[in-house]
Design a protein around this ligand. Structure first.
Ligand SMILES: CC(=O)SCCNC(=O)CCNC(=O)[C@H](O)C(C)(C)COP(=O)(O)OP(=O)(O)OC[C@H]1O[C@@H](n2cnc3c(N)ncnc32)[C@H](O)[C@@H]1OP(=O)(O)O
Length: 417
C-alpha cells in the first residue's frame, strides 16, 4: 500500500474554499467546466463538513467528500451510509499516495460518525478494491427499436396518461419514489435538495434532445399518481422518414400494469424509431413484458461499490433470506479493526441478526471486499467462491451463507452522485 509523500497533508475544507476546491476536482477530471446550473446544485449539495482537501505544502492538489445518505438493504431496512464522492487529484500530483491519504482519513471519519457502510460509484472500477470496496450492483442500459416489440399488458388498474411539467409534478413523483426505496436494496432515500437532480435538465447538457418531459399515469377516478416517466426526444430522420430517439430518464410505478402501460407509451411515440435508457435494474420487468426480448440490446455496467466500514454493525443491520449460523474469517488490509473471525447468525427473514467476535474455527474465508460485493444481494457468495474469492472451510457453509445473503430483488442505484 502506498504511503503518502511527506509534502502531502490532508485537512478538512473550509466553506469559503469551495470554488477553488471544485476547480481542482474539475481539473482532475480532465478540465471541463460543469454547466453553471449543475455546478450550483453541487455547491448546494456539498456537505462541507465532510469535504477533505489534500495539500502540497499549503496548495490544494486534490480532495474528496461524502454525502450522508440512507440506503435500502436486503430485508427492507434503510441505513445511514457515507456516499463517497468528488474524489480527484491533480495530474501533477498522482501516484504519490494522495488518494490513499484521503481514503485513510475519510474511512476513519466515517467510522467515527458511526456509519457502518461507505458506498460509491467509480470513474474507473480498478481504483477502489484496494480500499476494500466491492462491486455490489450493476445497471442495465438498453436500446429498443420502436414498432418491433409489443409490451404485454398485465391486468391491473386503469390509468389516464397526462403530460405535465417535470418540476410541477415533482412533489407527487417524489412521494411515489419514496414508497419504492425500501423495496429495492441499493436505492437511496432522497435527502432534501437531491430531488432537483432528477429534473435539472441543464440546457447545455441536452445534446440535441428536447427539454425533459414527464408523463403521469393517474387513477382516472381520483387522480392519484400511480406511475410516471421522464424522457426527452432527439428529432432525427433517415431515408425512410422520421427517426427520432427517445431518451428515457426514469420510469417508476406502483403496479406492474402501470409500469407496462408507461413503457407501451414510450415505445410508441410518433416520429421516433429508437428508445434508449441508460440505467434500469438488471431484473427489470420490461425484459419479461416485451414480445421479442432479442430486440432489447443490453449494456450492463458496474453500479454501486460497497465497503463495510464496521463489519459487525453492517452485517447485523441487514436482513437474511434464510436462517444462517456461520463463522466468517475476514481479511481487511485497509481497516484492520475488521480483520478476524466473526460469528454471524440469524433466524431468517424479520428475525434480526447477531455478529460477534469469536475464537471458533472459520467456516468461510473472504476479504472484506467480497463481503461488500455480496452485501446487497447482487453477487452471490457462491458465485464469488467460483471465482476463487471466497473459500469454504466447513462443507455446507457456502450454500447456507450464499442463500441467506441473496436478495429476490436485484439491488440497483437509479442515479449517480
Ligand atoms: C467516487 C469518485 O469520485 S470516483 C473518481 C475518481 N477520480 C478520477 O477518476 C479523476 C482522475 N484521477 C485522479 O484524480 C487520480 O488518478 C486518482 C484519484 C484516481 C488516484 O489518485 P492518486 O493520488 O494518484 O492515487 P494514489 O497515489 O494514492 O494511488 C494508490 C494506488 O492506487 C493505484 N491507482 C490510482 N489510480 C488508479 C487508477 N485510475 N487505476 C488503477 N489503479 C490506480 C495506484 O497505482 C496506487 O497503487 P499502489 O498502491 O500499488 O502503488
Amino acid at each position: 500500500m502506498t504511503s503518502h509523500h511527506p509534502d502531502l497533508s490532508v485537512r478538512p475544507l473550509a466553506a469559503e474554499e469551495w470554488d477553488g476546491w471544485f476547480r481542482v476536482l474539475e481539473l482532475a477530471f480532465g478540465g471541463s467546466e460543469e454547466e453553471p446550473q449543475q455546478r450550483e446544485l453541487w455547491r448546494e449539495l456539498t456537505e462541507v463538513d465532510r469535504a477533505l482537501v489534500v495539500c502540497d505544502g499549503d496548495r490544494p492538489v486534490g480532495g474528496c467528500s461524502a454525502y450522508s445518505f440512507r440506503m435500502a438493504v436486503p430485508g427492507g431496512a434503510v441505513l445511514p451510509v457515507a456516499g463517497v464522492t468528488m474524489v480527484g487529484v491533480l495530474p501533477t500530483h498522482r501516484r504519490r499516495g494522495a488518494l490513499t491519504a484521503l481514503m485513510r482519513r475519510q474511512l476513519d471519519d466515517v467510522r467515527g460518525r458511526g456509519e457502518a457502510l461507505a458506498v460509491l460509484t467509480a470513474s474507473e472500477p480498478p481504483i477502489y478494491g484496494r480500499f476494500g470496496y466491492g462491486h455490489a450492483t450493476s445497471r442495465l442500459g438498453f436500446t429498443l427499436p420502436r414498432g418491433r416489440v409489443a409490451v404485454h399488458q398485465p391486468a391491473g388498474p386503469e390509468v389516464r396518461l397526462r403530460l405535465a411539467d417535470p418540476r410541477e409534478a415533482l412533489p407527487a413523483c417524489e412521494e411515489l419514489y419514496a414508497g419504492l426505496v425500501p423495496l429495492r436494496p441499493g436505492m437511496l432515500e432522497r435527502r432534501p435538495g437531491w430531488e432537483a437532480l432528477a429534473v435539472l435538465d441543464a440546457p447545455g447538457g441536452r445534446g440535441g434532445h428536447s427539454p425533459q418531459m414527464c408523463v403521469l399515469a393517474e387513477d382516472p377516478a381520483g387522480g392519484r399518481l400511480l406511475g410516471y416517466a421522464r424522457y426527452a426526444i432527439r428529432p432525427d430522420s433517415d431515408d425512410a422518414g422520421p427517426a427520432g430517439v427517445v431518451r428515457v430518464d426514469d420510469v417508476e410505478a406502483t403496479h406492474p400494469a402501470v409500469y407496462a402501460r408507461l413503457w407501451a407509451y414510450l415505445l410508441d411515440l410518433d416520429l421516433t424509431s429508437t428508445v434508449t435508457v441508460r440505467t434500469r435494474p438488471v431484473d427489470d420487468p420490461l425484459v419479461h413484458l416485451v414480445s421479442d426480448p432479442r430486440r432489447i440490446v443490453p449494456k450492463q455496467r458496474d453500479g454501486l461499490f460497497v465497503r463495510l466500514v464496521e463489519v459487525a454493525a453492517a452485517l447485523e443491520q441487514r436482513g437474511y433470506a434464510t436462517p444462517l449460523d456461520v463463522v466468517l474469517e475476514v481479511t481487511d488490509g485497509f481497516c484492520p479493526w475488521n480483520a478476524g473471525r466473526w460469528r454471524l447468525s440469524s433466524a431468517g427473514p424479520g428475525a434480526g441478526a447477531s455478529c460477534v467476535w469469536t475464537d471458533s474455527a472459520a467456516d468461510l474465508r473472504l476479504d472484506v471486499r467480497e463481503l461488500g460485493a455480496a452485501y446487497l444481494g447482487g453477487s452471490t457468495l457462491a458465485a464469488l467462491a467460483r471465482a476463487g474469492l471466497v473459500e469454504e472451510v466447513r462443507e455446507g457453509a457456502l450454500a447456507e451463507a450464499s442463500r441467506a445473503f441473496a436478495s429476490d430483488v436485484a439491488p440497483w442505484l437509479p442515479h449517480g452522485f
